[in-house]
Design a protein around this ligand. Structure first.
Ligand SMILES: *[C@@H]1O[C@H](CO)[C@@H](O)[C@H](O)[C@H]1NC(C)=O
Ligand SMILES: *[C@@H]1O[C@H](CO)[C@@H](O)[C@H](O)[C@H]1NC(C)=O
Length: 168
């Protein structure tokens, strides 16, 4: 009886050790994989740009987003959380970041996509600073691995500018 328990313990320890080694190897091999995602984002249309009753500027726009994030996927990738944000500077804040759209990608096949979307979250400024404002559109990703640490990075696309005039 005693020796049976012992042997079971040894087996269990061995199994746990192998699992630990496999997990470590998985995260290490992931570290050596240097992904090279690409993205382009076009402002296809700004169909609303106005000052709402609160005094804040509000925008409704259509973005055409094309991205190839397939290189983020390895056998150790569980899923990738992606979001597109507008980033701009105002007198009050060096960085204003507004998330406009997000998605979860669960497979490599779906990691290459082209979508035409309206902003899912409000593009509102805390004030009326947006006329003629230059802004960046950034595509951020958070890679959730099956084992190991999550990692995040982004692509910054710059050179966008909002119209000088409000529009309904
Ligand atoms: C954006 O995508 C839509 C739908 O695919 C297309 O009709 C439109 O021409 C595109 N606009 C730009 C500016 O690429
Ligand atoms: C926009 O992108 C440019 C170029 O990467 C950068 O120099 C600038 O600081 C960015 N602006 C904001 C508000 O993040």
């Amino acid at each position: 009886m005693h020796s049976f328990v012992n042997r079971a313990n040894v087996l269990l320890t061995l199994a746990v050790t192998i699992l630990a080694i496999m997990c470590a190897a998985a995260s290490i091999s992931d570290t050596f994989n240097s992904p090279s995602p690409t993205a382009t984002i076009e402002v296809a249309n700004i169909h609303k740009f106005q000052k709402v009753s609160s005094g804040n500027d509000e925008i409704a726009m259509v973005l055409n987003i094309s991205a190839d994030l397939q290189s983020l996927f390895t056998w150790n990738t569980k899923q990738v959380f992606v979001f597109v944000a507008a980033e701009y500077e105002t007198k009050k804040h060096v960085l204003n970041q507004l998330s406009l759209w997000d998605t979860i990608i669960e497979s490599k096949e779906k990691a290459k996509f082209s979508v035409s979307i309206s902003n899912k979250y409000r593009f509102t400024d805390q004030g009326s600073n947006l006329r003629g404002k230059e802004f960046n559109l950034t595509l951020h990703w958070h890679v959730m691995p099956k084992t190991g640490k999550m990692f995040a990075d982004k692509i910054v696309l710059s050179g966008y500018r909002l119209p000088e005039q409000y529009k309904r």
